[in-house]
Design a protein around this ligand. Structure first.
Ligand code: S3P
Length: 209
């Protein structure tokens, strides 16, 4: 079992491929939310859920919140209401989350980063972590999950992801406080890297202000 010091997972306690035992906690002075960004297939939702469990924070799947707002799936929102309506919902949910007091792990959809009406609410309300993945690997990870993604449901998935990656890359990099390269890593390894960054980031935060 790996040690957890004062509720903070030490970076040195997190070897690749292993998530430390015990519960990690964000210190009281920490920035509030942890927002995971990246291409569809980057692992935002699976990593986010595991991260939230480890940190004992609520997990918010932003797409699921939008589905509740519209009482229908993302695919149906795109088909029946259009992408602009989906993006308006994205902004509305982001505004609500920004004012909620409880720190959360938040996983928005891959296009959230280019929706300024949405990002404006959550920028500065926490740390933004970019899970970087190549279009090839993202396609492999999603497998048949592409059918639930209206922007990827028709045509060649890798080409579509490459176009999204090219057009959003600057936004992903520009918004990110931290970037985690996920190439070839299992979910647990990505979670370990994020926890290490959270821990290291808070040490800087505590001593730097
Ligand atoms: C989108 C990504 C999806 C979802 C919607 C639009 C995008 O989320 O928000 O289909 O613009 O890249 P995931 O990144 O979870 O697939």
């Amino acid at each position: 079992m790996r040690s957890v010091t004062q509720g903070i997972v030490e970076a040195s306690d997190l070897p690749e491929g292993e998530v430390a035992g015990g519960v990690a906690a964000i210190p009281a002075r920490a920035a509030r939310h942890l927002v995971l960004i990246g291409l569809p297939g980057a692992g935002k939702t699976t990593v986010g859920r595991a991260l939230a469990r480890r940190l004992r924070l609520p997990f918010v799947d932003l797409d699921a919140e939008i589905e509740q707002l519209f009482y229908k799936s993302v695919s149906r929102i795109f088909a029946e209401d259009g992408e602009a309506a989906f993006r308006a919902g994205e902004a509305q949910v982001s505004a609500r989350l920004a004012t909620e007091t409880d720190p959360s792990v938040i996983a928005p959809g891959g296009g959230w980063v280019v929706n300024e009406a949405a990002t404006a609410h959550l920028r500065g309300s926490g740390r933004i972590i970019y899970l970087r993945v190549s279009p090839d690997e993202a396609a492999q990870r999603m497998g048949r999950g592409v059918t639930r993604r209206p922007l990827l449901a028709s045509g060649d998935v890798v080409s579509a992801l490459t176009a999204l990656h090219d057009s959003r890359r600057a936004a992903y990099e520009g918004l990110a406080d931290w970037t985690v390269e996920t190439a070839g890593l299992a979910r647990g390894q990505v979670v370990a890297r994020v926890l290490a960054l959270v821990s290291a980031g808070e040490q800087v935060y505590d001593h730097g202000e």
